[in-house]
Design a protein around this ligand. Structure first.
Ligand SMILES: NC(=O)c1ccc[n+]([C@@H]2O[C@H](COP(=O)([O-])OP(=O)(O)OC[C@H]3O[C@@H](n4cnc5c(N)ncnc54)[C@H](OP(=O)(O)O)[C@@H]3O)[C@@H](O)[C@H]2O)c1
Length: 272
């Protein structure tokens, strides 16, 4: 059974990766308002410091940690510093991630390695580093930010989709592996969300990105993360249609393929 917060309402000690923008930043803002004490990790430390100083002050004070999570030594150092500063960890949100938009024939080894290091290896190693602290935590919970494309591969996103499918698998494994430790594990699958991810992703052929005018706001995803922390759930989608589309891919894959092939951001076929 999950442990509960100590009497007297001790603040939740929360580590968030990828908090310098988008979903991670919105989550930091929301959880700080909820009284969490935060350790925030991303490469752009100055952005994190500015964010920390703009948040409602909690105790222990929020901490900004600049680290490249694709580098295992930096990840280990940052997680240890976070746990030391907060005096333990109750909630860990592994959210940092990057995109990669390319047809498979345009994939290049170095950006591919970076994608998999950031989106997959850092999640596995982050979970490993978090484990001893969560074991001693109050109502301990690991939340993994995957994606709807982790449950349904998308054209021109084979590498990114594969990395997010791995995150869903990691969540499934850890849910069982950590059950006897009383650590909850939840996977969140956002759909298209209006963040920097599309502008900064590797996109060597300049392929068209989805229309962000109808995308979710990062604050909406942050609200789901808070809801998950209150009521852990194995896997959560923001919209039922994404859950159905993921299921459709399993029960009627050709029909699901046709649906995605008709989307307006699909690139023309390659020249022969
Ligand atoms: N936006 C969407 O449509 C969408 C949909 C489904 C799932 N997601 C997932 O949501 C998560 C957050 O993405 P977002 O949309 O909020 O994108 P974002 O605004 O680009 O934020 C990504 C965050 O990850 C950090 N990051 C990237 N590489 C890192 C590295 N090597 N080491 C440390 N931090 C790193 C970035 O900070 P620095 O650059 O400062 O390092 C940034 O804070 C990702 O896992 C993404 O796959 C996004």
């Amino acid at each position: 059974m999950a442990k509960h917060d100590a009497p007297g309402g001790s603040p939740r000690r929360t580590l968030i990766t990828g908090a310098s923008s988008g979903i991670g930043r919105a989550t930091a803002e929301l959880l700080a308002r909820e009284g969490h004490a935060l350790a925030l990790i991303a490469r752009r430390q100055q952005r994190l410091e500015e964010l920390c100083s703009s948040l409602p002050a909690n105790r222990p004070a929020h901490l900004a940690l600049g680290a490249d999570l694709a580098e295992p030594a930096e990840l280990e150092r940052a997680f240890k510093a976070a746990a030391k500063h907060l005096g333990g960890l109750d909630l860990v949100v592994l959210n940092a991630g990057i995109g990669y938009r390319a047809r498979v024939e345009d994939l290049e080894p170095e950006p591919l390695r970076r994608l998999l290091s950031t989106n997959v290896e850092a999640v596995l190693l982050g979970a490993k580093e978090a484990l001893p602290h969560l074991m001693a935590g109050r109502r301990p919970h690991l939340i993994l930010v995957s994606s709807v494309v982790g449950r349904r591969g998308m054209p021109t996103m084979a590498a990114y989709s594969a990395s997010k499918a791995a995150v869903c698998s990691i969540g499934e494994s850890l849910r069982i592996e950590w059950r006897h430790l009383g650590i909850q594990v939840s996977v969140l699958n956002p759909g298209t969300t209006a963040t920097e991810i599309f502008a900064v992703q590797h996109n060597p052929k300049g392929l068209k990105n989805p229309d962000l005018s109808a995308a979710d706001a990062p604050e909406a995803v942050a609200a789901e993360i808070l809801a998950l922390d209150r009521h852990p759930q194995p896997e959560r989608f923001l919209r039922w249609k994404w859950r159905y589309l993921a299921a459709l891919g399993l029960v009627a894959p050709r029909l699901a393929d046709r649906l995605f092939a008709s989307r307006d951001w699909m690139p023309p076929p390659p020249e022969r």
